[in-house]
Design a binder for this molecule. Structure first.
Ligand code: SF4
Length: 437
């Protein structure tokens, strides 16, 4: 008999975590558990954490509290990068029953079954001792219109600020054959957009005789009314061949997310990034040359320990000149066991916040310009779901947000739209009278 009947899930962090939470949910559902929303009373609450967020501990505590408010007797399972990096710290959070590391989380059904009734175990169980070594395929389905398909995990780069290689281990990948099989399942189940995800996606196949270009070539010939999005790719791995392939593909959309992190040559070196500014610039130029309407997103970190005011201004100027569409701005925060904390320098927190604000403003400007430049053009939107009671929203292939009157029959279908009306929030509005082509 199953001791617990209803399971709820909470994801902090990235798309990879999102895909993995779906896999954990399916593992429990296969054992007969019903998946319910985190706002409902459940017997098991699973929290998939992140270590990138500045306040991983605080966030985790809040979510545990939220779970116990719904059901004080529930079994609380915490997993994800924070659990892998600091299992004991997580175990010390009041109310946590089980801590699962990067490998162990994929045995969640077994681990939970072993715990039996909450009353039967007095101590927190910590299963997070092994280094993450195996590749566990994951994909999200049913949670969103888009499917996040994990094809790669871990990273060998060890950038100075990053704890991800410590939490997720060495770079490893699915095989192309396995990925094709998972993509075919997602397509058969009705997925219209598949987002390829990984920690260092472009490193797909490293250590094998397969590579990222071969992967996207293989996916491109799959049958079905589906499109593919590349989630994020390191500039040194975004080759001309990959850009050229996407430019010629009917299925891979013109949207690239390319982390820069700093526009100062000196800071890039201190960060141990694997490219120079020039190289980054050539990547963006190549994309825009072949795909003028492409959307380009950029990650950037402000307040890295060695970033002076002049370095920051160099980054700002570099980004200002690039034809990019939006920024994801991160404020640097100290992480245990990283090279950056040993550099012996720091940027004042108020200054970090100021720099963050400055780049947020630049991002807004870039985004607006990008949206305005797309006015009067025709794109294909995938309607994803309700925005509110009366409207639905979706994204075009080049990641423009579009809104239209709600129509349940249109959800998860494609429509060609002539973009005309742009609102202040950077959404193209489809008027009720505007015919969807
Ligand atoms: S490439 Fe750098 S920033 Fe990205 S996961 Fe690897 S170490 Fe972290």
């Amino acid at each position: 008999m199953i001791p617990y009947q209803r399971a709820a899930f909470y994801t902090l962090g990235c798309k990879l975590n999102f895909a993995e939470t779906s896999t954990l949910a399916r593992a429990l559902q296969e054992q007969g558990y019903a998946r319910v929303s985190f706002d409902e009373r459940a017997d098991i609450y699973v929290i998939n954490t992140c270590s990138v967020t500045e306040n991983a501990d605080k966030e985790c505590k809040q979510v545990v509290k939220k779970a116990l408010k719904q059901n004080p007797l529930a079994l609380v399972v915490v997993t994800g990068c924070y659990a892998q990096l600091k299992p004991q710290e997580v175990a010390n959070i009041a109310g946590v029953d089980l801590v699962l590391g990067a490998n162990e989380k994929f045995d969640i059904a077994l681990q939970v079954a072993q715990l039996q009734h909450k009353k039967a175990h007095a101590q927190v169980q910590v299963q997070a001792i092994k280094e993450a070594r195996h590749f566990h395929a994951s994909y999200s389905m049913g949670d969103r219109t888009r499917t996040f398909l994990k094809v790669q995990d871990g990273c060998d780069y060890f950038c100075a600020f990053c704890t991800i290689p410590l939490a997720r281990g060495r770079s490893r990948s699915a095989s192309i054959a396995d990925t094709i099989q998972k993509a075919e399942i997602a397509i058969a189940e009705g997925s219209k957009e598949i987002v390829l995800t990984g920690v260092n996606l472009g490193d797909f196949g490293s250590g094998t005789d397969e590579n990222f270009l071969q992967l996207i070539q293989a996916l491109d010939v799959l049958a079905g009314d589906v499109r593919f999005r590349i989630s994020s790719i390191e500039p040194n791995l975004l080759t001309d061949a990959v850009i050229e392939f996407v430019a010629g593909s009917q299925k891979f959309v013109p949207h690239f997310h390319v982390p820069l992190q700093s526009g100062s040559e000196k800071v890039l070196k201190d960060m141990r990034r694997r490219y120079a500014k020039d190289h980054y610039q050539t990547r963006i130029a190549k994309i825009k040359q072949l795909l003028p309407d492409a959307c380009i997103g950029v990650d950037v970190i402000v307040g890295f320990p060695t970033e002076t005011e002049a370095d920051f201004l160099e980054t700002h100027a570099f980004l200002s000149d690039l034809p990019i569409s939006y920024l994801h701005v991160f404020t640097y925060s100290e992480r245990d066991n990283t090279t950056a904390v040993r550099l012996g320098q720091t940027v004042d927190m108020a200054e970090r916040k100021k720099r963050n604000h400055s780049l947020q403003m630049l991002s807004e400007k870039k985004k607006r310009l990008f949206y305005e430049s797309m006015r009067q053009k025709r794109f294909t939107v995938l309607w994803e779901g309700e925005q509110d009671a009366e409207t639905m929203q979706g994204f075009t292939e080049n990641y423009l947000q579009v809104q239209a009157p709600f129509d349940a029959d249109k959800i998860n279908t494609f429509a060609q739209i002539d973009l005309k009306f742009l609102d202040k929030e950077n959404r193209f509005i489809v008027e009720p009278c505007q015919e969807l082509l």
